[in-house]
Design a protein around this ligand. Structure first.
Ligand SMILES: [Zn+2]
Length: 41
């Protein structure tokens, strides 16, 4: 599993999950989640 924004390798401990449009995405941090969401919108 890798961060969908920056591509860093994720472990169970550092995975940040955020659901977008009913689909769960996986990131390394909330910053990457926000950046990914911005890029999609
Ligand atoms: Zn990241």
């Amino acid at each position: 599993m890798k961060c969908e924004e920056c591509g860093v390798e994720l472990t169970e401990e550092n995975t940040y999950r955020r659901a977008m449009h009913g689909v769960e995405h996986h990131f390394c941090c909330s910053h990457c989640a926000g950046s990914y969401q911005k890029g999609k919108a």
